[in-house]
Design a protein around this ligand. Sequence first.
Ligand code: FMN
Length: 213
Amino acid sequence: MNLTRSATAQNTVANLLESRSTTGLYDPEKTLAPETIRELVRLASFSPSAFNMQNWYFVAVHTPESKEKLSALAYGQPQIKAAAVTYIVCGQMEGYRELAKTLQLSVDKQIISPAIQQSWVDTVTSMHENDRQLQRDEAIRSASLSAMSLIIAAEGMGLASGAVGGFDADGIVAEFGLSAQDIPVLLVTVGYASEGNWPQKVRKPVEAILDIC
Ligand SMILES: Cc1cc2nc3c(=O)[nH]c(=O)nc-3n(C[C@H](O)[C@H](O)[C@H](O)COP(=O)(O)O)c2cc1C
């Protein structure tokens, strides 16, 4: 148990995790303010990433024209058009190239030393520069963690959310002008639920998914 956080905060997170469910049916009339769209990404950016690479990128799709394009690339799944916003959550393959700059912010605040910054840059470069598989794995790890943070942030604001993995990734890269290093990992829909959604589906018992050794 983390004793640095209050019991209330812990209960809030537990309640969000226990009560969250995937929304497929949204009220298409309800929109989100640009500040809210931005705030959700700000909160998602507190997710952890290897070496604090922050190798993620988000495209917030909310205009009717953009939704139309994305919906077609998600095989017509209706939640893309009905949700207030759908985030294309991307992982970046080449985050390691910018690590010195990314870490400079923490050096400036004296959270890490320049020596640590340099050693992390050297380590990540030697690990990543000739290993496309590791670049991709790391991109998917970081983007997935940030997507879940975004979902929990949305739920914490009383919004409905959903993860969508059924999409044409190459098509999204082309249509939304993403760079070759951006991998669309997950779409996250956010908005206001309408009637008729499934409740959260039943989970396997913990005994079936946990080995304590
Ligand atoms: C990686 C991933 C891909 C998913 N893809 C889709 C999808 O393409 N369409 C969809 O309606 N739901 C999709 N889902 C939602 C799952 O179906 C949903 O999380 C699961 O059935 C459990 O339901 P619950 O989240 O309401 O408990 C996806 C979820 C994840 C994590």
